[in-house]
Write a protein that binds this ligand. Structure first.
Ligand code: UGA
Length: 441
């Protein structure tokens, strides 16, 4: 079987490469970070993703997965090369494609035989065609008449559930008009193909846009319910009952209608901004996407106002924050709404005692431990002598807190449940004031 190579072993590259090895493919993972390669070769995964370490260990052991920093060797050994490097946001919202083009350029400068270049990274529409032109130009200069197909194959994995998502996808999207590349990709994903997972074959531009449209629609759903949560508070309605009811309509669907502190993570914020930027550049502004972004910023700011309004002032007050990651089951705090909430509360003079089961190390990159923000070793040590408790991420272990104990260690019995994980009546029965999102306080 042809070998597959993954250039870039961040979240997407490592999860996808490992899962494809588990499907029986021979996969070489390449990254320029030597320390990362050395750890991975010993089965140590550089971030927290449930189940991934077992998958890596198993496939290293059976010899279907290997890691190297030797890009040239990996390219030479592989027919199919996935580019899965990062595409961070630039200050104007556009995606920074330097790593993608650098990888493509290196490959074009060194290939000696037929390859399929699969772009897994999220890239703006037209990038695969630009890569195609770049590769052809370099091959022409080298006087090489070999076939290199450039294919778009976006990913739809969610952090925290990526292995399940990989093995049970709603669809696999493949953007290419080359019949031989389509066939090769069908082989790579043959386990899913045989399971009758829908395969969507489209042109490259459509494939690139599907990725952005998918994330933007989901982000729009979250912003929609978040905006309604504000209205619910004003008019005495309950956003959870509202979401349940509208979600019953099959045309709307119940998922991604949980009101909260705003969406975050490495994808929704970055991809909505990149899509809006791309649309403006094409002189076809996407007003709903722009409104989605603006509503998300408002929601984060509204959370800070909610807390300060209730407490009168937060200056000099100590607040316990439970949850730093942008969602549970990950150690990722990138673009977490909690970053904005922390920033807003610190600006207003609060002292914060924070705890997260997995995200503490990553958060300290943004906010080192000091007298204004203290990293605590449990829910209860964060709460000890605090003026209020704020739940910001819906980790399982925060769903069953001991309210008798909390009541005895908090200075005032006030809970801000920014993920609506508790029944307000239950919390009030312990003598607490309960403030949720879009529910009557
Ligand atoms: C998202 C998409 O769901 C994946 O399909 C996609 O592959 C991925 O981005 C990506 O582009 O790489 P992810 O960022 O891991 O996945 O997280 P989600 O589960 O989608 O949640 C995103 C944010 O929305 C989180 O902050 C979450 O708390 C928030 N959210 C989600 C809500 O506030 N309410 C909801 O009802 C759902």
């Amino acid at each position: 079987m042809a070998k597959i190579c993954f250039v870039g072993l961040g979240y997407v590259g490592l999860v996808t490469g490992t899962c494809l090895a588990d499907f029986g493919n021979h996969v070489i993972g390449v990254d320029s970070d030597k320390a990362r390669i050395e750890s991975l070769a010993q089965g140590i995964v550089p971030f927290y993703e449930p189940g991934l370490d077992d998958y890596v260990a198993r496939n290293l052991e059976n010899g279907r997965l290997a890691f190297t920093d030797d890009l040239l060797g990996a390219i030479n050994a592989s027919r199919i090369i996935f580019i899965a490097v990062g595409t961070p946001s630039s200050s104007d919202g556009s995606a920074n494609l330097d790593a993608v083009f650098n990888a493509a350029r290196f490959i074009a400068e060194h290939v000696t035989d037929e390859k399929i270049l699969v772009v897994k990274s999220t890239v703006p529409v037209g990038t695969c065609s630009d890569i195609d032109r770049l590769v052809r130009g370099i091959l022409d200069q080298r006087g090489l008449a070999i076939r290199v197909d450039v294919v778009s194959n976006p990913e739809f994995l969610r952090e925290g559930t990526s292995i399940y998502d990989f093995t049970h996808p709603d669809k696999v999207v493949i953007g290419t008009e080359s019949a031989s590349a389509q066939e090769a990709l069908k082989q790579v994903y043959r386990v899913l193909y045989l399971n009758e997972t829908p395969f969507v074959f489209v042109n490259r531009e459509t494939s690139e846009l599907i990725k952005y449209a998918n994330n933007a629609f989901l982000a729009m759903k979250v912003s929609f319910i978040n905006e309604l949560s504000g209205l619910c508070e004003k008019v005495g309605a309950n956003v959870q009952d509202l979401a349940r009811a509208i979600g019953r309509d099959g045309r709307i669907g119940s998922k991604f209608l949980h009101a909260g502190p705003g969406y975050g993570g490495s994808c929704f914020p970055k991809d909505t901004k990149a899509l809006a930027y791309m649309a403006n550049k094409a002189e076809n502004p996407l007003k709903l996407v722009e409104a989605t972004i603006a509503a998300n910023e408002d929601q984060k700011a509204r959370m800070v106002r909610k807390i300060t309004d209730k407490l009168g002032t937060v200056t000099g007050k100590t607040l316990a924050i439970l949850g730093l990651t942008f969602k549970p089951n990950t150690d990722d705090v990138r673009d977490s709404p909690v970053l904005d909430i922390i920033e807003g509360l610190l600006e207003k003079g609060a002292v914060l005692k924070v705890f997260d089961p997995m995200g503490m190390k990553n958060m300290q990159v943004y906010y080192p431990h000091n007298s204004k923000i203290m990293y605590c070793n449990s829910e209860y040590s964060a709460t000890e002598s605090s003026d209020a408790l704020i739940i910001t991420t819906e980790w399982h272990q925060f769903r069953n807190l001991d309210f008798t104990r909390l009541g005895s260690i908090l200075k005032s019995k006030i809970i801000f449940d920014l993920r609506n994980i508790y029944d307000p009546a239950l919390i009030r029965s312990f003598g607490f004031e309960y403030i949720g999102v879009g529910v009557i306080s």
